[in-house]
Each structure stands twice: as structure tokens, then as C-alpha cells.
Write a protein that binds this ligand. Structure first.
Ligand SMILES: [Zn+2]
Length: 276
């Protein structure tokens, strides 16, 4: 396996999200599984999250969210970096694209995770566009020449989302989280400003959030208890076999982006050794 990875025998994964907590929502469980097996994962928030609260804002909020991200990383055993772009104002500019290219190159990534460019939030959409724009460019030496290019285009994967147009998400890879769901909830629990304050406030459900720390964590876990659709169940069965695949209760799923390296089944199993 050594020669097939970008660096040594560790699989190197970098995940991008628009806000501190986006990577965690979509991939904290998979990250925990990689970390547990000794592989290396980095989450990057492309904005600093300085507009995501009902009563805080600006630098104070950015600082709080940065601390939450670092705590989540500590709990997961991964790295986390928050880029200093304003929340709610992200645009797919050349400057930010270069930032993303440098991040992927410096991490020497085998796998890159990002949102699809279909989403209700412009920051999410543009994060998707920015990472798509970096795919392939990461191997072009004359682009951001001060950071050495990758020799091989990584595999780029999209996180799951529920948007139906122009096309619904396709769960090419489905990772069972049954062994790490509590670790994922533990990571999400770090984002107090989001899961227990801002997001319930947006939904008009602030009064529903339990006050007790253990109770609110259990409440957070119950919210992840979702019906698994037929396509995802079929993917779980493909990767884990009929028994384990049919029994899986929690999961994260990913779709292969056409602009990165195109992995066959054997390559996917090599890059996602937890699939068995
Ligand atoms: Zn977000």
C-alpha cells in the first residue's frame, strides 16, 4: 500500500467546510475512524464563522468558534484550521482558490472532502465551487508556484446533502459510524455556540435545548437518528456485506467528484480501510 499513498503509509485526508462545524457535521465520524487507525485528518473551515450567532458577532464570535473547532479536533484526534474569511461573505475568488490549493498541497492529500456546490447557503455553495476549482490545479506547477504541486490528483469526494436539483446526492461510499457515533456526538458537542444556541434559535426551538450538559448531548444524538434511504442502505451493504450493512444505524456518505482521481472499488477500499 505504501507506494500508492502520497506520503508514507498513512492515509492523508483533508476536509473543507464553509463554517467551523460544517466538516464535523458531515465527516466527524469518518475522521474519528481514520484517526483511530493512525491516519491523518485535517478539517479546514473556509470562513471564520463570525456571523453565526443571534447575540454575538465579529472577532469575539470568531474567537469563540475557533476555540470550539480546536476542542472538536482534540476530541477527534485530528487537526483543525479556521481561515480568516468573513462568514456570510465568501466568494469564489482567485485568492481563496489559491488558499485552498495551498492547503491541499501542504497536506499532501490522498483524499479531499467538500460540499457539493448545491446548497441553500452561499458560503456552502462557494466552498463547493472553490474546492472543485482547486481539483486538478493542485498538480499544475505554475499555479501558486511557491507551494510545490502534488504529483497526483487526489480523490475528491462530496459530503452528503439533501438537495434534489440539479441532481440528488449519490452515496458512492457509505461509512458505518456505529463504532464511533458517540465520538462524533462528542465532537459536535464542542460547538456550544452552534448546536445549543444559534441553530435552535434559527429554528425557533431554543426552549427545547436541555440545560444539563449530559442531557443536551443525548438530545444532540437523538437528532442524528435518521431514517436511512434505500440508496444509502444499498451502499452500506455493498461495502460491509449483507449482515453488517443491513444492521448499520449511523453513517456518513460520500459521492465521488468527477474532477479528481477516479478510484475503482479496490482503490476505495485502500483509501477507506474501515469499509469491511
Ligand atoms: Zn455551514
Amino acid at each position: 500500500m505504501t507506494t500508492l499513498l502520497a506520503q508514507g503509509d498513512k492515509i492523508r485526508v483533508i476536509a473543507f467546510g464553509a463554517h467551523p462545524d460544517d466538516c464535523d457535521i458531515r465527516a466527524a465520524g469518518t475522521a474519528a475512524l481514520f484517526a483511530k487507525a493512525g491516519h491523518t485528518v485535517k478539517f479546514v473551515s473556509v470562513t471564520n464563522g463570525d456571523a453565526g450567532h443571534q447575540s454575538m458577532s465579529g472577532a469575539a464570535l470568531a474567537q469563540r468558534r475557533q476555540a470550539e473547532a480546536k476542542e472538536s479536533a482534540r476530541r477527534l484526534g485530528i487537526e483543525y484550521e479556521v481561515l480568516n474569511n468573513h462568514d456570510g461573505e465568501l466568494l469564489p475568488t482567485l485568492d481563496v482558490r489559491r488558499e485552498i490549493i495551498r492547503q491541499i498541497r501542504r497536506w499532501n492529500a490522498d483524499v479531499v472532502l467538500a460540499p457539493r456546490p448545491n446548497d441553500y447557503h452561499p458560503d456552502h455553495r462557494y466552498t463547493g465551487v472553490l474546492v472543485q476549482d482547486a481539483a486538478y490545479m493542485v498538480v499544475v506547477p505554475d499555479v501558486t508556484p511557491e507551494t510545490p504541486p502534488l504529483r497526483k490528483n487526489p480523490v475528491f469526494l462530496y459530503y452528503e446533502d439533501g438537495f434534489q436539483r440539479p441532481n440528488p446526492f449519490r452515496p458512492d461510499i457509505a461509512v458505518s459510524l456505529d463504532d464511533v457515533i458517540d465520538k462524533k456526538i462528542d465532537a459536535l458537542d464542542s460547538f456550544v455556540s452552534q448546536f445549543y444556541e444559534w441553530l435552535p434559535w434559527v429554528d425557533g426551538k431554543l426552549a427545547d435545548v436541555p440545560k444539563d450538559p449530559a442531557e443536551r448531548k443525548a438530545w444532540l444524538k437523538r437528532a442524528r437518528d435518521r431514517e436511512i434511504n434505500a440508496a444509502t442502505r444499498a451502499s452500506l451493504i455493498k461495502w460491509y456485506g449483507p449482515q453488517k450493512g443491513a444492521a448499520a444505524k449511523y453513517y456518513e456518505a460520500f459521492e465521488i467528484c468527477e474532477y479528481g482521481a477516479q478510484p475503482n472499488e479496490a482503490r476505495i477500499r485502500q483509501l477507506f480501510p474501515m469499509l469491511h
